[in-house]
Every structure is written in C-alpha cells, then in structure tokens.
Design a protein around this ligand. Sequence first.
Ligand SMILES: NC(=O)c1ccc[n+]([C@@H]2O[C@H](COP(=O)([O-])OP(=O)(O)OC[C@H]3O[C@@H](n4cnc5c(N)ncnc54)[C@H](OP(=O)(O)O)[C@@H]3O)[C@@H](O)[C@H]2O)c1
Length: 329
Amino acid sequence: MQAETAQETMQALVIDRTGEAEELHLAEVQRPLRISDEVLVRVVAASVNPIDVKTRAGRGTSAAIGRYPAVLGHDFAGVVEQVPYAAHPLRPGDRVYGMVRVPRMPGTHAEYTTVSSMSLAPMPASLDFAHAAAVPLAALTAWGAVVDTARVHDGQRVLIHAGAGGVGHFAVQFAAYFGATVTTTASPRNAEFLRALGAHRVVDYTSERFEEVARDQDVVIDLIGNVKDATGTRSLDALRPGGLIVTVPTGSWPTMRDEAKARGIRATGYVVSPDARTLAVITRLIDDGAVRVHLDRVLPLAEGAEAHRLIEAGHVRGKLVLRVAPDPA
Ligand SMILES: NC(=O)c1ccc[n+]([C@@H]2O[C@H](COP(=O)([O-])OP(=O)(O)OC[C@H]3O[C@@H](n4cnc5c(N)ncnc54)[C@H](OP(=O)(O)O)[C@@H]3O)[C@@H](O)[C@H]2O)c1
C-alpha cells in the first residue's frame, strides 16, 4: 500500500466562487487524504448531475462549500489506489464506481477522490468506465424513488416525469422491470428511445396535458417538480385516490403535502444516499442486460463548463460524463 502524504497534488475541475459555468476551470489542487474506512480512487470518468450545476450556480448545496477552490462532482468510475486495511474486500487496481457526499467531501471531477467503503462497489463487468460513471447518483436516485419509496410492483400504473433524463431513464427501466405499466413525459424526439427502455406510453409534454391522458395512476415519480408548468400540482389530477407522488427535486413545491392530503393522495420527497449494497443490486441488473445506461455524450474534464451549460438547457438524454483519464488497459 502506498504511504499517504499531504503534499501530493492532482488536476481538478474547480470553481473559485459560485457563478456562471465559465467559473469552472482546471487547476492543480491538493490530492484528498484518505481517512478511516475510506478508499482512495484514481478517477477515470465522472458524471455531471444537476446538483453540481445548481451548486456551482450558488444554489443546491453551495452553502456547505467549506473552502475554495472547490471540486464538484458526485459520482465516479475508477481504479482503487489505496484501501483502509490489508484484508479489505477491495484491492488496489480493482475497478469500482460509487458516489461521494459533495461538498462535505472533495468532489469527483478530479484525478483522485476519497470515498467511504459503504459508498462504492465493483464496477459492472459489462460497462466501460464512461458508462459506469453515469450510473451511481442517477440510478441510486431512481431506485430510491421507484423501489424503496414507492415499492412499485406488478400491475401498477406509474407515471414518470422526465423519463429521458439521467434519473428518468433508469426510473423507467426499474418500474418496467418490476412489472408496472409505465407512462412517461418527454418531448417527441425521445419517444422511441423511451419505448425501447420499456415505457408503454410516452406523453409529449409539448403538445399534450399528461393529466388528461394518464389517469388513475398508482404512483407518480416527479423528476420535474412544481417549477415547470405546475407539473407537481397537475400530477395530483393523474393519481387515483390513495395514490402516491414522489417528488425528487425536493423543495420545488413547499405546499405539496397539504395539497395532496386535501385530495386524499400520499406525497413525499426523496433524497438519494450513497449505498454500496443497492449499487451492487443495480450492477447485477446491468450485467444481466436488464438495465441499459445511455450516454448523451462524453466530454474531456477541461470541458466541464460545456456539460454544465447542456444540463442547464434541460434536454440531456441519459447522462453526461467527463473523461478524466483514458480507460486503463
Ligand atoms: N433529491 C435527490 O436526491 C435528487 C437526486 C438526483 C436528481 N435530483 C433532481 O431531479 C431532477 C432530475 O434530475 P436528472 O439528473 O434526471 O436531470 P436531467 O438528466 O438534466 O433531465 C433532463 C431531461 O428532462 C427532460 N425534460 C425537460 N423538461 C421537461 C418537462 N417539462 N417534462 C418532461 N420532461 C422534461 C428532458 O427531456 P426532453 O429533452 O424530452 O425535454 C431531458 O431528457 C433534477 O432537478 C435534479 O436536481 C434530485
């Protein structure tokens, strides 16, 4: 095992202050020091999530940024560099993927990251690093909302908003895998893509009102929130009495629970947690071919600002990934 020294540095995509995407730039920063149960990982690829974009813009989790320059980025695929103890189940050289708690921990948009042993898992054998990096945060969120919270099962009707996005394209597949009849909202260019992932019906939100075509749903997984076109409030019209709405962009609809209760509908938010055991289950579904990972595009780390702009524009299909290093042989 390599000795841990405080002086080592690394390349990272950083911000010196919150603001526009142009604040993002490459810099040489201190490599994070592994402590207690953490694993030090050499990052090969890392995805960009809306929370990175919101935080960079001064919203999201920006209030918790302890110091600048700050490295953002929640998930990664890479190679184990150091483990906490000799008999640890992971070994240096193992291919892993996972999720860290940014900004309490340094982020993954860098050459190295440290991650709790509870928050990473061996990478799916069937994926390259770019595809693997796209999975952890988005797929754990989809699983947490669809499986752990809504307990979606055979015979249910489930409406998923924004099925074509990072979280959505996993949510559609998980809900279909567990036997639900899945309706999802998207623009027409994504209809074919979503049907191929298992959606039974794709509602074109640009020309149709989803609550008029999708009625008596058991569950709504809302990945838009009430910030756009009153998507949350209108979802109450799509649910049966006693149905459940899970709103993932938390905080976008402060009166949700009261409005839902008045209609006899159950409502909750959901917040993702880095969870190695769930990630291992997702790994199996991916390696079994039951779940696919879609990359919109892969950009070099230096072009992180472009990735932020694309997410801000709101029409990424699947995931955006930053390449930090070439795939190891
Ligand atoms: N609480 C948590 O722990 C947690 C975790 C992860 C994500 N989130 C939040 O959940 C939201 C979704 O995340 P994400 O990563 O999936 O985002 P994303 O990948 O950026 O979502 C992009 C997708 O949204 C679709 N879209 C845009 N406007 C739409 C509309 N009005 N109706 C239906 N679809 C629309 C787009 O499809 P078209 O191109 O077809 O329009 C695009 O494919 C974000 O707000 C994110 O911050 C929260």
